[in-house]
Design a protein around this ligand. Structure first.
Ligand code: HEM
Ligand code: HEM
Length: 209
């Protein structure tokens, strides 16, 4: 009997995607909560998320079937059609990400990339101009040799960059809330537990109900 039940399930999320997801959840929480103090912990969490994003980018091209970007890259028409069917409570079921979920994954990955990107530039201490190593040396030497104006200028650039960093951190958080709401709504409408699927990697071949 137990074997029969197992046969009714399909492998959807590979182990690396699941490890990626739950590590990201934990480390994102650490990065967000440690953001206000310029802390080693924050920077390390940020680097770890950068590594996770690089992995996800590669896995989006060479990973398992439902991990590939091409598996959940839908046209605007398909996304709108799916969203309409959600409101009509008659959505089609997808084994991988549905069209609305797929858009959300891309938005999350983009917003996370801008957050870590601005964080890395902030951490390099080089302000908002072009961030090559040579550029930094020139900036620093200038700031040291010249009058206070340059220091002030650099300070303003850093402030702007901090604003950008904070904006994307908060945008990501907003997307995360929408993402979780989407997971709850889809789980209810399809009578399946998507969170469980992200833990075990498996989904029922046909959902109940
Ligand atoms: C998804 C990852 C990240 C999140 C959610 C995040 C979030 C935040 C938040 C909420 C703040 C506080 C902003 C403020 O109140 O002024 C902050 C500040 C900061 N973050 Fe990040 N961050 C991330 C990644 C990074 C990375 C990768 C780095 C660099 C390696 C970094 C470097 C900094 C620095 C230097 C500050 C201090 C800015 C200040 O002086 O207030 N962050 N971050
Ligand atoms: C406790 C909170 C969370 C829960 C319960 C949750 C749940 C899920 C579930 C069930 C999926 C699969 C969706 C599907 O079946 O189509 C998923 C995917 C995803 N989630 Fe979350 N999530 C949470 C928090 C987060 C956070 C904080 C982030 C990012 C900062 C995030 C980023 C993602 C990404 C990028 C994917 C796509 C997975 C992939 O294909 O790589 N999630 N999440």
């Amino acid at each position: 009997m137990a074997i029969e039940i197992e046969n009714e399930e399909v492998r959807v999320w590979d182990p690396l995607i699941r490890l990626f997801h739950w590590t990201l959840v934990a480390v994102f929480a650490v990065a967000y909560l440690s953001g206000d103090e310029l802390d080693q912990l924050h920077v390390w969490a940020g680097y770890l998320i950068t590594g996770l994003l690089v992995f996800r980018l590669i896995w989006g091209f060479v990973g398992s079937k439902h991990a590939r970007f091409s598996d959940f890259l839908y046209s605007p028409r398909q996304v709108i059609g799916y969203t309409r069917s959600l409101f009509a409570r008659t959505p089609r079921r997808y084994l991988g990400h549905n069209p609305a979920g797929g858009v959300m994954v891309f938005l999350l990955l983009f917003s996370l990339s801008f957050t870590v990107g601005s964080g890395l530039v902030l951490d390099s201490g080089a302000g908002a101009s072009s961030m090559t190593e040579i550029g930094q040396v020139v900036l620093r030497t200038k700031a040291w040799a010249d009058d206070d104006d340059d220091d002030e200028h650099e300070g303003r650039e850093n402030e702007m960059l901090e604003e950008v960093h904070e904006f994307f951190a908060n945008l990501t958080l907003l997307l995360v809330f929408l993402h979780i709401a989407g997971v709850v709504v889809s789980s209810r409408l399809h009578h399946e537990n998507l969170v469980r699927a992200m833990i075990t990697g498996r989904k029922p071949r046909e959902p109940e109900g």
